[in-house]
Design a protein around this ligand. Structure first.
Ligand code: HEC
Length: 131
């Protein structure tokens, strides 16, 4: 390998390293996400339990969805360097809204469907960003 080639390879790998590290959130962001997830933990656990008995239209279910929605809106305000992360936060708010709309219409089938999507979004983000 000649000198010019090795220099360009070196620069390329440097660029890759910069591109990769640019997607890493800083310590403050990581802490904020951690705190946010602690808030989501219990509501999700309660909702999961109620969903197995199809209690989508109960006041308990509605109250726990509201807690998740509040946390999801706070998550949207946490700006992550990875675009996909922020998109998933937006989606979480969007699908919690759809879940609420289904409950309002007293449509159990639609509520079940959107609750499934909400859980998928949690899992998608965890698959990509939780270690
Ligand atoms: C946009 C990304 C994203 C979405 C959406 C998301 N999470 Fe997380 N979640 C994370 C990340 C990142 C972590 C790892 C945080 C850490 O501990 O450093 C995490 C960790 C967690 C943890 C473990 C926290 C702990 O105490 O160790 C729980 C519980 C959790 N999430 C619940 C949820 C629930 C429930 C949802 C959906 C309603 C959800 N998350 C949606 C990114 C997300």
């Amino acid at each position: 390998m000649n000198f010019k080639k090795s220099i360009s390879l070196f620069c390329l790998s440097g660029l890759c390293a910069v591109a990769l590290t640019a997607k890493e959130p800083d310590a403050r962001t990581v802490k904020a996400i951690e705190r946010n997830m602690k808030v989501m933990k219990n509501p999700e656990k309660n909702l999961k339990k109620m969903a197995t008995s199809k209690l989508y239209l109960t006041s308990n279910f509605i109250r726990e969805v509201a807690k998740l929605e509040k946390a999801a809106k706070a998550l949207v305000r946490i700006k992550h360097p990875a675009k996909e992360f922020n998109e998933l936060s937006d989606e979480l708010v969007e699908y919690l809204g759809k879940l609420n709309a289904a409950i309002k219409k007293k449509d159990i089938k639609d509520a079940a469907k959107n609750w499934g999507y909400v859980k998928d979004i949690c899992a998608d983000c965890h698959g990509a960003y939780k270690d």
